[in-house]
Ligand binder design. Structure first.
Ligand code: SAM
Length: 450
C-alpha cells in the first residue's frame, strides 16, 4: 500500500539527517521524522509524501534513546532555534564529526583524518547576538522565533542559546514597545512598525547595542522609546535600521543612530574590536579565540610572512596575527566592516595591516595581477564557500599554506578538491563546535603546497 498523508505508522529510526531529523525506512521509502533519534521506535504521523521520501512527526515514543535529553521548552526544538537541544551534548559533537566524515566519504576522500569536534566552553547562553522577529500574536506585541518552515511566531522570552543578559534586554525592549503602543510589523500587508529586534552584547566590555529594525525611518513614539531603552542597564547604543521592503531579508540598507555610539567594542585575546551594526562578528565569544588559535597554530607563521585575511569581517583573524608577520592584507564585501577593520588596526597600534572593500573573487585576481606574492592565506567565507576565480588567483600568489575556516563543510570539501588539482594537499579536518544545540558545523583545515 502506498504511504498516505495522516497515516500513523511505527518506525525504527536508524540515522540522523544533516538537519538532525530522525531517518527511518518503510516500504522502500525514506521517512524523515522531526526530533526522532537513532535507536528510537516511534509511532509517527505522516505529514507529507513525495516520490521516494516522506516527512513525519512523532505521535508517541515507544522506545526512547538513552541519548535523549528532556528539555524545558519544546519550543526551542520546534522553532529550529535549537533543533539539537533534545540530544546529549557529547552526542551532538559526534553528530557534527560524522557530518564531516560522511561528506569526505561521498567525495571519495576517506583517507583524510577528522579530529574530534572541539567542544564549546558554554553550551547554552553562548550567543553574543540575537535577531528576533516582532509580531502581533492574539492582539499583543510579542518577540519570539518562527516555527520551522513558517512565519508563525512562537512567543519566547528565554532564547536558550543567547546570553541571558541579551534575553533580559530583549524582554525589556518588548515591554517598552508595548507600553508605548508601537505596532508590530504585519508582513502580510507590509504595515505596522517594528520588524525585528537585533541585540548584540560584548561579554568582555558589557556594552550592548539595540537595533530596532523598522518599516519607517521615524515613528511618532521613537523619541520616548529611545529614551526608555537607553535606561536599560548596559545599553550603550540604539540604532534604527530602516527596512521598508516586503522581503525576508532582515536588515535594510540604512542605519540611524538614535542614542549613544554607532558601534560597540568587544575583545578577543588582548585585542579590542569595534563592531558596527552590519559587521559580521563570530557569535560564540568564548569559542572564537579557540577557533582562531587552532587556525593560527596550523599556519605556523614566520616574521617574514605576507598574509592575506580573506572574507575578513572586522579584521579579527588578520589583526590577531599582524604583530607576528611582515604584512597583512585583507578584503571584505561589507564596507562598514572594512571601516571597522582599518579602525581596529589603529585601535590596537597595528601599522602593517590594510583592509579593502570588495568581493574576494574580484580583489584576489586584481592583487595577483599586480604581482602580490603571499606566504599564508586565511579564508573564512560564508556558507557558499569560495569561487574557482578566487582559488585560481590565490594559487597565482604562490602561498605555501592556505588555512580554510568554514561554516559549511560541504562547500569546504568541494573547494579543497579544487586546490588539490592545483598542487595543494590536506590530510586532516578539525570540526569546531561554534553553535551548540544546532546542527551547524564549523571546521578548520590547512592546505600545503606539494
Ligand atoms: C564567516 S564570516 C567571517 C568573518 C571573519 N573572518 C570573522 O571571523 O569574524 C564571512 C565574511 O565574508 C563576507 N563576505 C561574504 N561574501 C563575500 C565576498 N564575496 N567577498 C568578500 N567578503 C564576503 C561577509 O560579509 C562576512 O563578513
Amino acid at each position: 500500500m502506498n504511504m498516505q498523508k495522516n497515516q500513523i505508522i511505527d518506525l525504527e529510526i536508524t540515522d540522523l539527517s544533516y538537519e538532525a531529523m530522525g531517518v527511518a525506512h518503510y516500504n522502500g521509502m525514506t521517512v524523515f521524522v522531526t526530533n526522532a533519534l537513532p535507536g528510537e521506535v516511534v509511532s509517527a504521523k505522516i505529514l507529507k509524501v513525495k516520490k521516494n521520501f516522506a516527512f513525519a512527526k512523532i505521535e508517541k515514543i515507544k522506545k526512547e534513546s538513552p541519548d535523549r535529553v528532556k528539555i524545558k521548552l519544546n519550543q526551542w526544538v520546534q522553532t529550529g532555534l535549537a533543533s539539537l537541544a533534545h540530544i546529549k551534548y557529547e552526542k551532538q559533537l559526534v553528530f557534527k564529526r560524522n557530518q564531516v566524515v560522511n561528506l569526505l566519504k561521498k567525495a571519495h576522500l576517506d583517507d583524510i583524518e577528522v579530529g574530534q569536534t572541539l567542544a564549546s566552553p558554554e553550551q547554552k547562553g553562548y550567543r553574543n547576538k540575537a535577531q528576533v522577529p516582532v509580531r502581533e500574536v492574539k492582539g499583543k506585541l510579542e518577540i519570539g522565533f518562527f516555527r520551522r518552515h513558517s512565519h508563525d511566531l512562537v512567543p519566547l522570552t528565554n532564547f536558550f542559546t543567547t546570553d541571558p543578559e541579551i534575553d533580559r534586554v530583549l524582554v525589556a525592549v518588548r515591554d517598552v514597545l508595548r507600553r508605548n503602543q508601537v505596532p508590530a510589523y504585519d508582513e502580510i500587508h507590509n504595515k505596522g512598525e517594528v520588524r525585528y529586534l537585533d541585540v548584540r552584547r560584548s561579554k568582555a566590555t558589557g556594552e550592548i547595542m539595540v537595533i530596532l529594525v523598522c518599516l519607517h525611518n521615524d515613528f511618532v513614539q521613537l523619541p520616548r522609546v529611545a529614551a526608555e531603552i537607553s535606561q536599560i542597564p548596559g545599553v550603550t547604543s540604539i540604532i534604527l535600521n530602516h527596512n521598508p521592503k516586503k522581503t525576508n531579508v532582515i536588515l535594510g540598507q540604512k542605519d540611524y543612530v538614535v542614542y549613544g555610539d554607532d558601534h560597540i567594542t568587544d575583545q578577543i585575546g588582548n585585542l579590542k574590536f569595534r563592531i558596527s551594526p552590519k559587521s559580521f562578528f563570530q557569535i560564540n565569544s568564548l569559542q572564537t579565540p579557540r577557533l582562531y588559535n587552532l587556525a593560527i597554530e596550523k599556519a605556523d607563521l614566520k616574521p617574514s610572512d605576507v598574509v592575506v585575511d580573506a572574507y575578513s569581517g572586522i579584521g579579527t583573524i588578520g589583526l590577531s596575527v599582524a604583530k607576528h608577520v611582515k604584512a597583512v592584507r585583507g578584503m571584505e564585501v561589507i564596507a562598514d566592516a572594512v571601516r571597522d577593520a582599518n579602525a581596529n588596526a589603529k585601535l590596537n597600534n597595528i601599522s602593517n595591516a590594510k583592509y579593502v572593500t570588495g568581493k574576494a573573487e574580484e580583489i584576489m585576481p586584481h592583487w595577483a595581477k599586480e604581482g602580490l606574492k603571499t606566504d599564508v592565506v586565511f579564508v573564512d567565507p560564508p556558507r557558499k564557500g569560495l569561487t574557482p576565480e578566487f582559488i585560481d588567483a590565490t594559487v597565482k600568489t604562490g602561498p605555501k599554506k592556505v588555512v580554510y575556516i568554514s561554516c559549511n563543510p560541504a562547500t569546504m570539501i568541494r573547494d579543497l578538491q579544487l586546490f588539490k588539482e592545483q598542487g595543494y594537499q590536506f590530510d586532516r579536518i578539525d570540526p569546531v563546535d561554534m553553535f551548540p544545540q544546532t546542527p551547524h558545523v564549523e571546521a578548520v583545515t590547512i592546505l600545503t603546497k606539494n
